[in-house]
Design a protein around this ligand. Structure first.
Ligand code: SF4
Length: 167
């Protein structure tokens, strides 16, 4: 079947070894089902903004309504770096004629919803964050269908996503 649709995707879901620990999060099911008729455009915000592999693990922290992206161990704040890169990268992606994007769930860079935000006061993190790249992408391209790989394991949501990207 000819691959008609271009869909952006968090690169680790394709098996690319771009995670902080040098690993990947290949989603075989996703690649086999959707990969038959879409062309994936892989994006890894953390490596593409120059953080390297391996790198220190990071998370969202601070004000849950405007969280910062910080290195867990040192507290180094990477927010400005990621936001500036994301702004440029999304502008490039906007010219790619993408039909949608599949984000890696729970990531402080790629997660599109329910990402943990750790507050300064300690305690349980609030699952209300959005990864910084995903936030920029969805703000700049609000009409493009987006999902994360966890949701796409649900056949109904997967069919719905396929319908939306093919419209
Ligand atoms: S979740 Fe996003 S930033 Fe993290 S490794 Fe995967 S593609 Fe890269």
């Amino acid at each position: 079947m000819q691959k008609t649709f271009k869909v952006g995707i968090s690169a680790c879901l394709l098996g690319e070894r771009v995670r902080y620990d040098g690993g990947h999060k290949l989603d075989q099911c996703l690649v086999e089902t959707l990969g038959r008729f879409v062309s994936f455009v892989p994006v890894c915000p953390e490596t593409e903004c120059g953080l390297g592999i391996p790198r220190e693990a990071m998370r969202l922290a601070g004000d849950p309504t405007a969280p910062r992206l910080v290195i867990i161990r040192s507290g180094l704040d990477l927010t400005d770096r990621m936001e500036q890169w994301a702004c440029r990268r999304v502008a490039m992606l906007a010219k790619e004629n993408l039909c949608g994007f599949i984000f890696k769930s729970r990531s402080p860079s790629c997660g599109m919803e329910r990402v943990k935000v750790y507050t300064d006061s300690g305690g349980a993190p609030a699952k209300i964050g959005v990864g910084l790249f995903a936030r920029e992408f969805m703000a700049r391209l609000p009409l493009l269908p987006v999902e994360d790989e966890g949701c796409l394991h649900d056949p109904v949501r997967r069919d719905n996503f396929i319908t939306r990207i093919s419209c």
